[in-house]
Design a protein around this ligand. Structure first.
Ligand code: PEP
Ligand code: MN
Length: 355
């Protein structure tokens, strides 16, 4: 992949690149107000959605094309660049014609190769070199995310960045879209020149934890943030819960602790630790399942009058697994010790069932 630097307005030395603005452009006054406040907070790129992909019909779907000149005028009057989301060929034509400086592709669109290809084909046909930020797809699929970046790159777009905005999951969770940091970090390993941004607003889903998510992104050496900021978040027409006031946003930025040595391999180390934590979660869940099955066997033994310990079965199990250990790159002694501990616990539980 041929990548070039994004060339975003330079933040202060050592500070993250910041893109900020409301979820949706609601009116020209709203855009102007927030743009001036963001300029004062040192923001270089003003974001706002003109077309909002809504889960259900009937919600606020954005002001559409009419909003584009508001975004462009507000950004220009503050010396900022403008950015908006595109999902179709018509959006791309309208946004570029209005003078939008930077496009982003939303999570639902990244998940749809037809839509991404349509956007890429349109940019190629227009001979555009506009920078494009690609949000992760809604599910943690590194291939799909990479594929979207490749489609755009093949169409001649070399100024690209990836935006981690979290992944949707079933049921209630702490986050609106839980981050899985190792996915963007793996993307960055595959495409080393690709800047990584974090959208803490769509990860958090509520303003109270936007700062905490932003700090995590900084700890993982992300290059920058895309944050939703609204002059009156509570009356925002979309994503009201997660938008910050300009003041809260400026305070959040000022409170971020940045690494003194951004070159230190913190991202890979933290990602590996996160991986270990996930594996330990799996190990615990697997042990719990194993014990549940063993309890069931205990009940069966009790019904049928079978003794709890059958030495032949235990010996066969240990022999088979310690032979397997070497193939898996594990020491047989270690595997024997782990299995002995598990077996001991199984026997203890079965004895208490039989008794
Ligand atoms: C947005 O940035 O307002 C947006 C809709 O984002 P996402 O595609 O991440 O949901
Ligand atoms: Mn939003």
């Amino acid at each position: 992949m041929t990548l070039e630097p994004l060339q975003l307005p330079a933040p202060q030395e050592g500070r993250p690149v910041v893109i900020a603005g409301p979820c949706s452009a609601e009116s020209e006054e709203q855009m102007m107000f927030v743009a001036y406040a963001l300029r004062d907070a040192g923001v270089g790129v003003l974001r706002a959605g003109a077309w909002k992909p809504r889960t259900k019909p009937g919600g606020f779907e954005g002001r559409g094309e009419e909003a584009l000149p508001w975004i462009v005028r507000a950004a220009r009057s503050c010396g900022m660049l403008s950015a908006t989301e595109v999902a179709t060929a018509a959006h791309v034509h309208a946004a570029l014609e209005a003078g939008i400086d930077m496009l982003w592709i939303g999570a639902r669109t990244t998940a749809n190769p037809f839509a991404v290809q349509e956007i890429a084909d349109t940019l190629r046909a227009l001979g555009s070199r506009v920078p494009v930020l690609v949000k992760n797809p809604v599910s943690p699929d590194t291939e799909l995310w990479t594929g979207a970046l490749e489609r755009l790159n093949a169409a001649g777009i070399t100024r690209l960045a990836a935006v981690h905005r979290g992944f949707s999951s079933y049921g209630e969770s702490y986050y609106r879209n839980a981050p899985i940091w190792r996915v963007p970090i793996e993307l960055h390993r595959r495409l080393p020149g690709l800047p990584l941004l974090c959208d803490p607003s769509h990860i958090a889903g509520r303003r109270e934890i936007v700062g905490e998510v932003s700090q995590q992104a900084m700890d993982l050496c992300f290059d920058g943030l895309m944050v939703e900021v609204h002059c009156c978040p509570d009356s925002a027409l979309s994503d009201a819960r997660q938008q910050l006031t300009p003041q809260a946003f400026a305070d959040m930025l000022a409170a971020l602790k940045l690494r003194h040595n951004p070159q230190a391999p913190c991202a890979s180390l933290d990602a590996l630790r996160e991986e270990i934590d996930r594996i330990d979660d799996l190990l615990l869940a697997t042990l719990a399942r194993r014990m549940a099955v063993s309890d069931e066997i205990g009940r069966h033994k009790q019904r049928e009058g079978i003794p709890v310990v059958q030495p032949d079965r235990y010996k066969a199990l240990i022999d088979r697994r310690s032979a397997q250990a070497a193939d898996a790159g594990l020491s047989p002694d270690f595997v024997r010790a782990v299995l002995a501990a598990i077996h001991e616990e199984s026997v203890r539980r079965q004895l208490s069932i039989v008794r």
